[in-house]
Design a protein around this ligand. Sequence first.
Ligand code: FMN
Length: 178
Amino acid sequence: MAKVRVRYTDYFAQTIQRMREDGLLLVTQGGDGKPNVMTIGWGTMGSIWSRPVFIVLVRPSRHTYSRLEQASDFTVNVPPRDLAAAASYCGTVSGRDHDKFQEMHLTPIPSREVRPPILKECVVHYECRTLHRNDVVPETLAQAVREEAYPGGDFHRIYFGEIVAAYADEDAAQRLPK
Ligand SMILES: Cc1cc2nc3c(=O)[nH]c(=O)nc-3n(C[C@H](O)[C@H](O)[C@H](O)COP(=O)(O)O)c2cc1C
């Protein structure tokens, strides 16, 4: 299936919907050149600094965090519903002691503009270069959110990635929620 260039807004609704259902797959690559994949349920896309931006939130305890601190790029991949089990697995075990690509039969293939690969089996892809990062500040966070999301601390770091390429399978619209 050919993957064709799209506007970053073309699959906005479907991307958010899939993020809320099973999660999206965030692929990073550290200084050692090894890629890793983890599931994200929190994030968004928009226009900031006159640029298209994908925002992801990653807790310091994740293996992905150390990769993002070593590199300035990442890819966000939208899994079709038949990859629900893979999304769940990639959101449960760590790349520190698992090769999630092999275990979940996810095929990393070269990206067009950044170093971390995309995932062949996913249907929409966003390649991103980090423009900015900052931390959730407990003192300025609503108390209800702090209690709900951070009972053990581990406050997210927020990564703002410029979307430098966006593309999708030709039949993406049929394979994603309406
Ligand atoms: C549906 C789902 C959504 C998740 N969303 C996030 C997220 O947005 N940020 C985060 O830091 N962890 C999130 N997680 C947890 C990580 O995916 C999980 O801890 C993962 O095993 C980390 O992998 P790593 O250690 O290889 O980086 C989510 C898990 C699931 C199942």
